[in-house]
Design a protein around this ligand. Structure first.
Ligand code: DC
Length: 220
């Protein structure tokens, strides 16, 4: 039996992580936050003092990544890194290590192993194009840079961290550029993906859109 997959791709800070988690919970499906694996590769590389442009060394790090996800927390080689992996350094680092084909290949089978019954919601950049090209439903979830920067700003301030709206916008623009223009598995809106622009849409509405689309696909 083919395990159903809902692929949710889109740019950084578009809210796809939140939407994916809510959809997975509603449907009782497994969840793959593929960005976490790129973030953890960057964190592990930084901890090991490896330059973020050293493809061969990064590939070794990605292959041997020792991670554990449980109860919304993440451990890297036994140490909790839940906060660190969400920080700006890990975000920027992730988009740098993600340009390398060797790193992407090293993480491919690990991502595909999340595909288990009763189904999977996978969020990332290439879920529908490379990792699960046969996904049952493909969604391209986006929002304007301004809205994404605002959301990120709010998250950081709520966590008591310092943040600057202008530099967040600039970081997002640069990350978008890298994610869209890289040669290997760039972020694209696939022709068979439904477009969901959440710039002026609350999370609940975005979740409902995906659930409605899922019901439609299931009904054939
Ligand atoms: O979704 P995120 O912000 O956690 O992703 C962090 C970075 O990882 C993003 O800038 C690009 C990269 N990434 C990727 O290249 N492919 C994926 N499937 C997921 C993330």
């Amino acid at each position: 039996m083919t395990v159903p997959v809902i692929a949710i791709d889109g740019p950084s800070a578009s809210g796809k992580g939140t939407v994916a988690a809510r959809v997975a919970s509603e449907l009782g499906f497994h969840l793959l936050d593929s960005g976490a694996l790129y973030r953890l590769t960057a964190v592990a590389a930084m901890q090991a003092g490896i330059a973020l442009d050293d493809e061969a060394a990064l590939e070794v790090i990605a292959v041997s990544l020792n991670v554990r996800f449980a109860d919304s927390m993440t451990w890297l080689s036994g140490a909790e890194v839940s906060e660190q992996m969400r920080g700006e350094a890990a975000s920027v680092g992730a988009s740098k290590v993600a340009v390398f084909a060797g790193v992407r290949q090293a993480l491919l089978a690990r991502q595909q192993s999340f595909r288990r019954l009763p189904g999977l919601v996978a969020d990332g950049r290439d879920m529908g194009s490379v990792v699960f090209p046969d996904a049952t439903l493909k969604v391209f979830l986006t929002a304007s840079v301004e809205v994404r920067a605002q959301r990120r700003y709010k998250q950081l301030i709520e966590k008591g961290l310092s943040a600057n709206l202008e530099s967040l916008s600039q970081d997002l623009r640069e990350r978008d550029e890298r994610d869209r223009n890289r040669v290997c598995a760039p972020l694209v809106q696939l022709p068979d993906a439904i477009l969901l622009d959440t710039s002026s849409m609350p999370v609940n509405a975005a979740v409902q859109h995906v659930l409605d689309a899922w019901e439609k696909v299931k009904a054939g």
